[in-house]
Every structure is written in C-alpha cells, then in structure tokens.
Design a binder for this molecule. Structure first.
Ligand code: PLP
Length: 383
C-alpha cells in the first residue's frame, strides 16, 4: 500500500462529481467562464450559476439566500466576521466593542482578535470555551466559538450557548459567530444552532480551495446594521466583499456541500467505527498513548469521530518519522505547522483525521506502521 492520507482536517481531495462541475465554469469548452458582473450572455449565465450556488448553500444552511456571502477562504470570512462587526458596533454606538473568543479558536479568529486588541479596534477577551458565556459584558458586540475544535475534535453545544446568549441580548448584541469548518459531520443548520453568523470552508468538505461562505442572520436585524463592509471595489456580494466572485470554486463548493449534507449521517457512522478501531488497535500496540481532549467534560458534547489527537510519549518529531513511512498526519493544525509562531493546542501530539476515502485496510495498515515506527524510535516492543 502506498502513502496513506490521514489529514482530512487539513484539506480534502475534490470529489470527482464536484470537479466536473468546476470544469464547466472554468474552460472555453464548458462555455460558462464569464464574469458574473458582466451584462452580456456569458456574464448572465455565470451570474445565474452564482445565485443558484447561493440558493443551494442557503438550503443546506436552512436560511434565506440573502443571508449567504461568499469569501475566498474561512480565514477571510472569520476575519471579516470579527472586524466588520466591530467596525459597525463602533459606528452604531460610538463606543469600543468588546469581543469574546475561545482560546481554542483557529488562528484565523485568534490572531485576528489579538491584532484587534493591539490596534485598539476592540477590547478582547480570550477565555476557556466554557467561560465564553459568563464573559459577556454590556459592550460585548460578538462572541466567536468553534463548533468542532480542529485539533482535538471536541464538539461544542453551540445551540445551548446561543439560547443563553439570546437571554442576555441587548438589542442585536452580543452576536454569536461559530466557525463550523470542521463540523460537517453534524450538519450546517443555522436555525438549529441559533447563531447569528457561521463560517464554512469548501476545501474541508471535498470542494475546491478558494471558496467559503459566511452566514449572516438577516431575520432579526438588517444585515447592513450588523456589518460595516471592509473591502471597497466593484460592490460584489451586495457590497460586503468586493472582488470578482470565484464562480467555479463557489459552484464546486455548493455541489460539495449538497453531497456532504446528503451523506453525512452514513459517513458519521462509518468514520466512527474506523476511528474506534484505530484507537483500540493503537492502544493494543502502544501502552503510553493518550487521546488528547481540550474542553472540560461538562462543556463538551464529545469528540467528532473524524479527528483523533494522540500523544505518544518518549518520541520527538513523530509526525516526520511517520511521513517517512508514508503516513500523512499532522502535529497540530496545518497552518500552525509552517507558521513562524505556532498556535497549536497540541504540542507533542499527532492529529490523525479521517475522511470519505479512508478505508478499513488503510486504517489497519496505518496502525501497523505507526506501531512499528514507535517501536523503532523507542526500542519498546509490543505490550
Ligand atoms: N477554521 C477552522 C476550524 C479550520 O480548521 C480551518 C483550516 O484549517 C480554518 C478555519 C481556515 O480555513 P481556510 O483554509 O478556508 O482559510
């Protein structure tokens, strides 16, 4: 067996059916490559494709299509969520906004929050996930907390949090934003989650890189009263995010989201079985392993089965040793690994993440190689 990919939380391959859609909107043969802002026939079909994609995303999110905005990545959408809400809050109230983020957020939220604190654009509280709710103050404009933690797989009860925050709301504030990039096995229904904003990324759900969606609730308040657009230009995305829309990526994203929602319940069961088998077999072969969790038991609903973080004691650079044996896993989140400053929660642990192309044979072979590498590095034999 060749290299085994166990890093689906970093990115996923594009689904073949999705890829066929993308081609249609990219090439001369496909004929659908137009700029959606152009008024001629090529532009009109691209515009129709864009709006059909928005309708599809809205159906899967269970929201109105006017509440869906496309961005180039979840990083961009998360930056926008924090910065654009803060700017509008300042404009609405004349005072400095307070933003609460959990300390386990992805760098795209955490580093944005820190940057806003340094530049004085907001007062920032970075707290344990279970402390988010009680950190709310009179001037809290936004809370941002991930649905499924990208390194540990911890699942948060965002619906319960949203309910509590609604009781504390003064007018529209505080708004609740959730980064649901890793939450696809649990669905993307914004009404069930009760959030005001939600981020989802295409390349984590078998869509192409270069597309993401930000949901902004428009049913309670006018979106223009919540958000101050940051990007000036051609006024695309109803003035929220200027720049020609990446139609082929967005169409691919919508197609991937439809497939993901249709298949996720079956996938959940299949991946759960694989992940339990993986953990049991690793534990059989190596005595000194610890499945890593971040959240307190009382706050967390469990672990998303597609993410497993394991601490192996007595080994350094284990991810690199595994890579040499053809196992692609990661030490923390992908972006934290190359960054000058790591924001990983999991120093010393390896994150294995499973996806729809992961097979039982791959899992068994991966376990065999992992145990072998561990034994070679530590000199410890099987227990
Ligand atoms: N949020 C979470 C939870 C993630 O796991 C990631 C990617 O690893 C991101 C945001 C950033 O996504 P993107 O690569 O689309 O910027």
């Amino acid at each position: 067996m060749d290299n085994i990919y166990l890093d689906y939380a970093a990115t996923t391959p594009v689904d073949e059916e999705v890829f066929r859609e993308i081609r249609k909107y990219s090439t001369v043969e496909g004929g659908l490559f137009g700029n959606p802002s152009s008024l001629h026939s090529f532009g009109r079909v691209a515009y129709t494709a864009l709006e059909n994609a928005r309708d599809a995303v809205a159906r899967e999110f269970n929201c109105h299509q006017s509440e869906v905005f496309f961005f180039s990545s979840a990083t961009e959408a998360n930056n926008f969520a924090l910065r654009a809400v803060a700017e509008k809050y300042r404009k609405n109230t004349g005072s400095t906004p307070h933003i609460v983020v959990s300390e386990t957020e992805h760098a795209s939220v955490l580093e944005t929050a820190k940057d806003m604190a340094v530049s004085g654009n907001a007062e920032i509280s970075i707290v344990r996930p279970e402390e988010v709710e009680k950190t709310v103050r009179a001037n809290t404009a936004l809370i941002s907390i991930m649905r499924v933690q990208n390194e540990t797989g911890d699942v948060r009860d965002i619906a319960a949090l949203s309910k509590e925050i609604i009781k504390k709301k003064n007018g529209m504030y505080p708004l609740v934003h959730t980064d649901n990039v890793q939450g696809y096995l649990y669905g993307q229904n914004v009404q069930e989650l009760g959030v005001d904003m939600m981020t989802v990324s295409s390349h984590k759900i078998y869509g192409p890189k270069g597309a993401a969606a930000l949901y902004i609730r428009g049913s309670r308040f006018d979106i223009k009263d919540i958000i101050l657009p940051l990007m000036t230009g051609g006024g695309q995305e109803k003035g929220m995010r200027a720049g020609t829309e990446n139609v082929q990526a967005i169409v691919g994203f919508a197609a991937a989201l439809i497939i993901s929602e249709k298949t996720r319940k079956k996938e959940f069961v299949r991946i759960k079985k694989l992940s339990e088998r993986f953990i049991a077999r690793i534990k059989e072969g190596i005595s000194d392993v610890d499945i890593q969790r971040g959240d307190s038991e009382s706050f967390c609903l469990g672990r998303s089965p597609h993410i497993i973080s394991i601490r192996f004691s007595g080994v350094e650079n284990f991810d690199k040793a595994l890579d040499m044996e053809g196992i692609a896993a990661s030490a923390g989140s992908a972006c934290a690994q190359r960054a000058a400053k790591s924001t990983s929660l999991l120093r010393g642990s390896i994150r294995f993440s499973f996806g729809k192309y992961t097979t039982q044979d791959e899992v068994d072979e991966a376990v065999r190689r992992i145990i072998l590498v561990y034994q070679n590095m530590t000199g410890k034999r099987s227990i």
